[in-house]
Each structure stands twice: as structure tokens, then as C-alpha cells.
Write a protein that binds this ligand. Structure first.
Ligand SMILES: Nc1ncnc2c1ncn2[C@@H]1O[C@H](COP(=O)(O)OP(=O)(O)OP(=O)(O)O)[C@@H](O)[C@H]1O
Length: 350
């Protein structure tokens, strides 16, 4: 009967990876007892954007097998590392960049990290926006100070299920750090390599805006899975975003997708939607990059940040939070696609 179940499961494709669940090695167990088929599917990320669809397709396929009256699908998840993991213990480093400042890059980075962690992934967040580190404040840990373990490695601070490091937690509160190029390079190296990140599925890196030394230094320091570009819809922001895309291209960093932030505003009193900056402009950046989501302007995004809890956790039902959650899942899906496209045709079959 196991064979019959597996044969049926071979007809179910992962909708994003376009290969069947069996050859992808995603079926951990499949058994039939008392007319009930019990299947455990191991997803390629706990933040799988298409979990519901996979469950429906598995159910439909198994109900066609003679003797199956009911189907129980359970899920596990294991994020697969690329052939060359980014850092020891860290599977994927994802850069969050923007061409220009103030487009909401840090807000997106923080909410991506919190959302992936809430979905069950092991997540780190590195604030490499050394000129304006805001992650610590947005995580409600502006006053925390970084300590070291017995191996003299920096211990990331933990909040909202995310481990993070920020320059803001090194310097006395409210004081700016003045860094020059080589110091910046070594500071970022240390944050990446001399920190006790432990086991991480995703290390999200909030880059400084623009296309300067820090961004390049990072792409040369570790094997990066890819970059997310945050932009707003107006032409000036898009021109700068195109420049950032070009920088990543030259550094051989794949662009995993675009996030259009402050895309539109829904008036709370009338429900009217206003495209303040000309919504949808990021599609002009080219069809070749997935649009991970269009995030509306929502005062809760700012207020929750100021109060130290990302909006995806503080107000998950707000439209902006729902989009940001979907952006995180779409990103996780893109990372799975990237990691699996480099794997052989046939993986372990149970
Ligand atoms: N979708 C949104 N709705 C409302 N406010 C937002 C939204 N996104 C970001 N903001 C607010 O806009 C301001 C700038 O956001 P943020 O600091 O994330 O931008 P940034 O691109 O990282 O900026 P910098 O270039 O300074 O690093 C913050 O006050 C933030 O709370």
C-alpha cells in the first residue's frame, strides 16, 4: 500500500518548484491504516507560501487510491542549505537593500525577520546600516548591550524570536559612531564571523541605503543567497533602485525580489484607496524580478516600530502586516527555488 500511496504522491507537484513531492524528497512518511492515509510532508521552508495548496493537492491525489477514505496531512520543514552555506551554521544570508534612504528598508527587514521566525524558521538579523542603525530600536532593544561568550564571540541579542546584532547596541545610546571605510569593513566582518549566531535558516542583513562600500564589502565577505530590493513607487526611488540592482548584478548577487513599500494608502474613514506615489511603479524595474509584495502606508507600521514590536506581530490583522507576512513567505519560496535548482534531478526517496 505504501507503494500505491507513493505513486499517487508522485503525481503531486510542488507548485513553486515544479517537481513532484517524492522526487523532491519531501515525503517523510506515508502509511495507510483503517482507511486513513497519513502523510508527513517536509516543506523546504516553514514559511511556505503554498502550504494550503500542497495540502489540498495531496489530499485529492490520495483520495483516488483504492482503500483510502480519509487523508491526514502533517507538515514538517527543513530549510535546505545551498551547496556552499553562507557561514558555518548559517544556511542563507539575505541582503535587504534600497537605492535611496527612507523607503522603509529597515522596517521591511525587521518585519521579514519577525515573520519568518513566527512561521518557525531560525532567523538572525544583522543591522549593517551602520550610518543609521535602527533595528535595535525597532526590536524594542535600543538599550540592550552586546556581550561576549567564553569564546569571546559576540552574543546576538534576542527579541521576538529573532537573534540580532546592531551597532546601536555597541555604542553608548544616542551617540553616533564615526567609521571610516576599512573600519567599516572589519566591523561588518566581525558581525558576521565573530558572532555566535548558532544555527540559522536565514540571516537577514539590513544594508545602508545606496550603493557604497558596506554593500560591496558584504557581498565579498560571505556567500550571499540573494538580495531583496525595497523601493517606493515614485520614479526617483525607482531610478535609485535600478542602480542598486545593477550593483548586485555586478557583484554576482541574485536579486530575489522587489518589495514596493508605501505603495498606496487606504483612508480609514472612507475606505478609499489613494496611490500617493503612483502605485505599481516597481513593475517598471523589469519583469525578471518577482514582486514580493506591495505594502500600503499604515500608521501602525511606524507606531509599532517605535514601540519596539514589528507590526506583523503587534497587529497581524492590519493590511500592511498581512502583506509583509506574505512578502516573507514569498521570499522564503524564492530562496527554496534557488536552493533546489542547483540540486540533482532525483533526491532521496523514502
Ligand atoms: N508601510 C509603511 N507605512 C507607514 N510608515 C512606514 C512604512 N514603512 C516605513 N515606514 C516609516 O517610515 C520611516 C522610515 O522607515 P525605515 O527607517 O524603515 O526606512 P529606511 O529605508 O530603512 O531608512 P534609512 O535610509 O534611514 O535606513 C520610519 O518611521 C518607518 O516607521
Amino acid at each position: 500500500m505504501h507503494d500505491a500511496l507513493m505513486a499517487a504522491l508522485r503525481t503531486v507537484n510542488d507548485p513553486e518548484l515544479h517537481r513532484d513531492l517524492v522526487s523532491l524528497g519531501m515525503i517523510e512518511a506515508a502509511e495507510l491504516g483503517g482507511g486513513v492515509a497519513r502523510v508527513k510532508v517536509n516543506l523546504t521552508t516553514p514559511a511556505c507560501p503554498l502550504k494550503g495548496k500542497i495540502e489540498g493537492d495531496v489530499r485529492e491525489a490520495l483520495l483516488k487510491v483504492p482503500g483510502v477514505q480519509d487523508v491526514v496531512v502533517t507538515f514538517g520543514a527543513m530549510v535546505r542549505a545551498p551547496s556552499q552555506p553562507a557561514l558555518p551554521g548559517v544556511k542563507h544570508v539575505v541582503l535587504v537593500g534600497s537605492g535611496k534612504g527612507g523607503v522603509g528598508k529597515s522596517s521591511v527587514a525587521v518585519n521579514l525577520a519577525a515573520s519568518l521566525a513566527r512561521d518557525g524558521a531560525k532567523v538572525g538579523l544583522l543591522d549593517a546600516d551602520v550610518y543609521g542603525p535602527s533595528v535595535a530600536h525597532m526590536m524594542g532593544q535600543g538599550a540592550a548591550r552586546i556581550t561576549a561568550n567564553e569564546e569571546r564571540k559576540m552574543l546576538p541579542i534576542e527579541a521576538h524570536g529573532v537573534k540580532f546584532l546592531s551597532m546601536a547596541n555597541l555604542s553608548p545610546a544616542g551617540q553616533a559612531l564615526v567609521w571610516r571605510g576599512p573600519m567599516l569593513h572589519s566591523a561588518i566582518q566581525q558581525f558576521l564571523k565573530d558572532a555566535a549566531w548558532g544555527q540559522l535558516d536565514y540571516l537577514i542583513v539590513d544594508l545602508p541605503p545606496g550603493t557604497g562600500d558596506v554593500q560591496l564589502s558584504l557581498t565579498q565577505t560571505v556567500q550571499v543567497t540573494g538580495a531583496v530590493i525595497v523601493t517606493t513607487p515614485q520614479d526617483v526611488a525607482l531610478i535609485d533602485a535600478a542602480r542598486a540592482i545593477d550593483m548586485f548584478k555586478k557583484a554576482s548577487v541574485p536579486v530575489l525580489g522587489i518589495v514596493e513599500n508605501m505603495s498606496y494608502f487606504v483612508a480609514p474613514d472612507t475606505g478609499h484607496t489613494y496611490d500617493l506615489f503612483g502605485r505599481g511603479g516597481s513593475r517598471k524595474l523589469g519583469e525578471q524580478f518577482p514582486l514580493l509584495g506591495e505594502v500600503p502606508i499604515d500608521t501602525d507600521v511606524r507606531q509599532d516600530s517605535d514601540q519596539g514590536t514589528p507590526v506583523v506581530l503587534a497587529h497581524p490583522d492590519r493590511p500592511a502586516a498581512a502583506v509583509l507576512t506574505q512578502v516573507a513567505r514569498n521570499l522564503a519560496g524564492q530562496i527554496s527555488i534557488r536552493s533546489l535548482s542547483s540540486l540533482p534531478d532525483q533526491l532521496t526517496v523514502v
